[in-house]
Design a protein around this ligand. Structure first.
Ligand SMILES: Nc1nc2c(ncn2[C@@H]2O[C@H](COP(=O)(O)OP(=O)(O)O)[C@@H](O)[C@H]2O)c(=O)[nH]1
Ligand SMILES: [Mg+2]
Length: 386
């Protein structure tokens, strides 16, 4: 048996023939997070999630607050592949900012994004982590609420549910880009607020609107709404649905919305394929080879798209990944990956501790030096004699 195999056997004590991995490493991810966020007695922790379309400015916002660098997307590829938490200290409070992927990820389907988000939200909720706030970011430069902006907003509402809306801040970004058109920007902001299906409904339910000016002060001003973080934290709609009501992902409001969207896409493709087949039949009858070739190509493409949609629907139906149902190698990888994560975290903390001890040692040495009698003009001999 290779060394990895031996390691796993020794680690978990199962027989290689009938592997049985009893622990759920997804839980250890949250444990690791909690270890990082451990507080001394009396210290407060405030959890704030950032949501919104890719490019709205979530990672940049975090970068303004947290010293550790966050990858900031300068291209259309979305950078936040995973839900990621970042912590910083602000006014005697530990603030944890949670970066989330948008529902327009160029690398992943909406179903994958929802599964990722839902898994994180479920795990944290089960570990008693509640969100004090949710900041929804939107570019004031967006001319219309269409496409990915509209989809993200709709999904956000479905994830949140009504009861969390009082903890939501709707933040507009990129104001400096509207410096030459302040009236247009003001009009857009007003439209967001006055249109029921944009932000109107949420504002009525207690969400606040605030401009974010792309600097640290402005970011902290937003965070200040959630300080000191006593008793305001609560769950999101989807957390209640999954944990309290024990709904499967496809049964949640957000899951249903995605299913509706997938069905619509599939129906549209279905109509297209009927027309294409009809035209194909006609072009075959008149032996128009060029058109036949093109139509065949188009039909193949449609078939592929339909298959992709069907696969997404199945993934949604499967719901959250269950550890026990993962293939063997994936379970091993998860365990290894989490173990590595824990060890890296521990190493960081040990290094921090060592540095702090090193600095203590220096201070103590300096004080010893300082206290030596001859520093104060007392002769060594004199001290000996005494
Ligand atoms: N002008 C301007 N650019 C911004 C602002 N916020 C973010 N950006 C830029 O927009 C791009 C995407 O930002 P990012 O924070 O990665 O967006 P995310 O996908 O929401 O995390 C980056 O090039 C940022 O520098 C803002 O308030 N003003
Ligand atoms: Mg990002």
């Amino acid at each position: 048996m290779d060394s990895v195999g031996r390691w796993v056997r020794s680690k978990l004590g199962f027989s290689a023939a009938t592997p049985d991995l009893p622990i759920d490493p997804a839980g250890t991810e949250v444990n690791e997070l909690l270890q990082h966020v451990t507080t001394s007695p009396g210290e407060k922790v405030v959890w704030v999630a950032l949501m919104g379309v890719t490019g709205a400015g979530k990672s940049t916002f975090i970068k303004h607050c947290v010293d550790d660098p966050v990858t900031v997307g300068h291209t259309l590829r979305s950078c936040t592949e995973k839900v990621q938490a970042y912590m910083f200290n602000h006014k005697d409070t530990k603030v944890v900012l949670v970066d989330t992927p948008g529902f327009d990820d160029t690398q992943r389907s909406d179903v994958e994004v929802l599964r990722e988000l839902a898994t994180w939200l479920k795990m944290t909720y089960e570990n008693n982590i509640k969100l004090d706030g949710i900041i929804y970011m939107h570019r004031i430069t967006d001319v219309r609420m269409q496409g990915s902006a509209a989809k993200n907003l709709l999904m956000f509402k479905k994830l949140c549910g009504d009861s969390a809306l009082s903890r939501v801040i709707l933040a507009t970004t990129r104001w400096e880009e509207m410096a030459l058109n302040p009236m247009t920007a003001d009009d857009r902001e007003k439209e967001l607020k006055d249109t029921e299906s944009f932000w109107g409904f949420m504002v009525k339910k207690g969400s606040k609107m605030q401009r974010h000016y792309n600097n640290r002060d402005s970011a902290l001003k937003l965070i200040n709404h959630y300080l000191p973080g006593e008793g305001n934290a609560g769950s999101l709609g989807i957390q209640d649905e999954m944990v309290r009501d024990k709904k499967g992902l496809s049964q949640t409001e957000a899951g249903q919305e995605l299913e509706r969207d997938l069905n619509e896409q599939r129906d549209r493709l279905g109509v297209d394929i009927v027309y294409t087949k009809q035209m194909l039949k006609e072009s075959l009858e008149v032996r128009d080879e060029e058109s036949t070739q093109q139509l065949e190509k188009h039909r193949k493409k449609l078939d592929e798209q339909i298959q992709k949609i069907e696969a997404e629907k199945k993934a949604l139906e499967r719901g959250l990944e269950k550890f026990e149902e993962l293939p063997y190698w994936k379970r091993l990888f998860r365990i290894w990956n989490n173990e590595m994560g824990m060890l890296r975290g521990r190493r960081e903390r040990v290094i921090e501790e060592l540095e702090s001890l090193e600095s203590d040692k220096k201070n103590v040495n300096a004080r010893i030096e300082e206290k030596k009698p001859w520093k104060h003009g007392v002769a060594k001999a004199g001290v000996k004699a005494a």
